[in-house]
Design a protein around this ligand. Structure first.
Ligand code: HEC
Ligand code: HEC
Length: 269
C-alpha cells in the first residue's frame, strides 16, 4: 500500500469510533424512517421528496450512508461544518428531542432508493468519455507521485461509501456539488473530515482532476461495478416495499414507497 494512503487510513480508523458503534450494519429500522418522513417536509424544497435534489448545488441524500448523514447534521448544528443555508436548516429540527429526530431523519434519507439508481441529472452536457476515463483512473488508483490516493480505498470501488466509518456515498452524487466540496476541503472552508483526510487529499488535486473525478462518480453505479445494490428501479422499489421499508402511509399519504419511488424515477427519465 502507498504510504500516503496508509497514513490517511490510519487517520480515519483512529478517529472517534462513535459512528461505528451506532451503525446499523445495514438499513436502519423502517420505524425510524417512518418517523423521519414526518420531519422532512421543509428539507424537500431543496433535497427533493425522494432525496434527489432539485439543483446540483444541493447534494442528493437518497441512499446516503446513515452514519454520514447523522454526522453532517450534528456537525452543522455544532458549527463543525458551516454553510449559510444548512447551518440554519439544521437548527430548525425541533430541539426537544433533537438527537432522536436527527436519527430518524438520517434513517429516512438512507432508506430511499439510492441516488445512483436515478437517471443522470438533466442539466448540462454529458461529460466527454476521456474525462470519465481520467476520473476512473484517479478514483481507482490515485495519482502516483502526487500524493493523491485511490478514492476507492475509502469510498468503495462502486462509490457506495462505508457505513461504520461514516464515509459518504459518491455514486450518483451531483458533479457540481462534489467539485464544490473538494474545493472547500482544499481551502479549509470545510474542515470536518476525521484527521483532516479530505483536506490533505483535496489540496493535492488540481481543477481538472477534481472535475474528472466528479464526472466519474456522477455516473458510477455499484450495481454494475460490484454487482451489488439495485439493478432495476422498479424491481428494487418492489423489494423495498415487500421488506416493509419506508412507507408513505406513515407520512399520511396512502401511496407505498414502491409506487412513489418508481413513479419519481420514471418521471425523471
Ligand atoms: C434552502 C435549501 C436547503 C434546505 C431547505 C435544506 N438543505 Fe440540506 N443542504 C443544502 C445545501 C446548499 C447543502 C450543501 C452545504 C455545503 O455546501 O456545505 C446541504 C447539505 C446537506 C447535508 C450534507 C450532505 C452531504 O452529502 O454532505 C445534509 C445531510 C442535509 N443537507 C440535510 C438536510 C435536512 C435534513 C434538511 C431539512 C431539515 C435540509 N437539508 C434542508 C440546502 C438545503
Ligand atoms: C482515507 C479515506 C479517504 C480517502 C482515500 C478519500 N476519502 Fe473522501 N471522504 C472520506 C471521509 C471520512 C469523508 C467524510 C468527511 C466528513 O465526516 O465530513 C469524505 C468525504 C468526501 C466528500 C464529501 C461528500 C459529501 O457528500 O459532501 C467528497 C466529495 C470526497 N470525500 C471525495 C473524495 C475523492 C475524490 C477522493 C479521491 C481523490 C477521496 N474522497 C478519497 C475519506 C476518504
Amino acid at each position: 500500500m502507498k504510504p500516503v494512503l496508509a497514513a490517511l487510513l490510519v487517520a480515519v480508523l483512529t478517529a472517534p469510533a462513535a459512528y461505528a458503534k451506532a451503525d446499523y450494519h445495514g438499513l436502519p429500522p423502517a420505524g425510524a424512517a417512518a418517523k423521519g418522513a414526518s420531519l422532512v417536509a421543509v428539507c424537500a424544497a431543496c433535497h427533493g421528496s425522494n432525496g434527489i435534489s432539485v439543483s446540483a448545488a444541493y447534494p442528493n441524500l437518497a441512499g446516503q450512508q446513515y452514519n454520514y448523514i447523522l454526522k453532517q447534521l450534528e456537525n452543522f448544528r455544532s458549527g463543525a461544518r458551516k454553510n449559510a443555508i444548512m447551518s440554519t436548516m439544521a437548527m430548525t429540527i425541533p430541539p426537544a428531542k433533537a438527537h432522536a429526530n436527527l436519527k430518524d431523519i438520517a434513517a429516512f434519507f438512507s432508506r430511499l432508493t439510492p441516488m445512483w439508481v436515478h437517471p443522470a441529472s438533466p442539466a448540462g452536457a454529458a461529460p466527454a468519455a476521456q474525462q470519465i476515463e481520467l476520473g476512473r483512473a484517479i478514483y481507482d488508483r490515485g495519482v502516483a507521485g502526487k500524493d493523491i490516493p485511490s478514492c476507492a480505498a475509502c469510498h468503495g470501488l462502486g462509490g457506495e461509501g462505508n457505513g461504520p466509518m461514516a464515509i459518504p456515498v459518491l455514486a450518483g452524487q451531483h458533479a457540481a456539488y462534489v467539485v464544490t466540496q473538494l474545493e472547500q476541503f482544499a481551502s479549509g472552508a470545510r474542515h470536518n473530515s476525521p484527521g483532516h483526510v479530505m483536506h490533505t487529499i483535496a489540496r493535492a488535486m488540481n481543477a481538472a482532476q477534481e472535475a474528472a473525478v466528479a464526472a466519474y462518480v456522477r455516473q458510477l453505479d455499484p450495481a454494475t461495478t460490484l454487482g451489488i445494490g439495485p439493478k432495476d428501479l422498479r424491481a428494487y422499489a418492489k423489494a423495498l416495499a415487500a421488506s416493509g421499508a419506508v412507507d408513505r402511509k406513515a407520512a399520511g399519504k396512502p401511496t407505498s414507497a414502491a409506487s412513489g419511488a418508481a413513479g419519481a424515477g420514471a418521471a425523471a427519465h
